[in-house]
Write a protein that binds this ligand. Structure first.
Ligand code: AMP
Length: 190
């Protein structure tokens, strides 16, 4: 199976339920077992830290990208396979975007929502066709799905907006979608 790079957006905090952490850990393990690379925000805290540690513990590759003003604040993980410190948040997002074959949003806060919405709007503007997955762990993203449906119903987006991302409730469903990516970027060159 070809190597793939999966960009995961998730909380810099753990969230209120232990299930979120369990899923982040299991997700990281599955990613590493497939030989895929994690692209993420290099944070060492919350679900971000749990996820990256799980990938590393299972022998997987990690690519962390963080702006310099957050290096200490987010207790950045400098022991990732590849560590990039950027000048700005925008550079961080761009590097994460360019180096990923797909995007997955696990539960998270405003930062995670921002990142998910950005790649979704870029897909809406035909800037890319990379798969976007909303991992609806424990129904966490139900209100966001409801909001996006509301946006469509009220005529502020075409129905097609809802086809630009997949909502997955289980790891199986998520990895089934990721398995179907056919032409991953060559991450040895990225
Ligand atoms: P949060 O979901 O708020 O816990 O944040 C998760 C990650 O998203 C953290 O690494 C934040 O630095 C990052 N983040 C927060 N705001 C933004 C933003 N506007 N653009 C990109 N990343 C962000």
């Amino acid at each position: 199976m070809a190597n793939k790079s999966i960009c995961v957006y998730c909380g810099a905090q753990n969230g209120a339920m232990p299930e979120y952490e369990h899923t982040a850990r299991a997700f990281g393990k599955l990613l590493a077992n497939r030989g895929w690379r994690l692209v993420y925000g290099a944070g060492g805290t919350g679900l971000m830290g749990v996820l990256a540690n799980a990938v590393q513990e299972s022998g997987g590759e990690t690519f962390g990208v963080i702006p310099k003003h957050l290096v200490e604040w987010e207790m950045s993980k400098t022991d990732v396979t590849r560590y990039v410190v950027t000048e700005t948040m925008h550079e961080r997002k761009k590097i994460m975007f360019t180096n990923a074959d797909a995007f997955v949003a696990l539960p998270g806060g405003a930062g995670t929502i921002d990142e998910f919405i950005e790649v979704l709007t870029w897909a809406q503007l035909l800037l890319h066709r990379k798969p976007i997955i909303l991992f609806n762990d424990e129904g966490y993203w139900d209100p966001l799905v409801e909001l996006l449906n509301h946006v469509v119903k009220q005529g502020f987006a075409k129905e097609s907006l809802l086809t630009l991302f997949s909502t997955c409730s289980t790891l199986n469903e998520t990895f089934h979608t990721l398995d179907s990516i056919e032409h991953p970027i060559d991450f040895a060159k990225s």
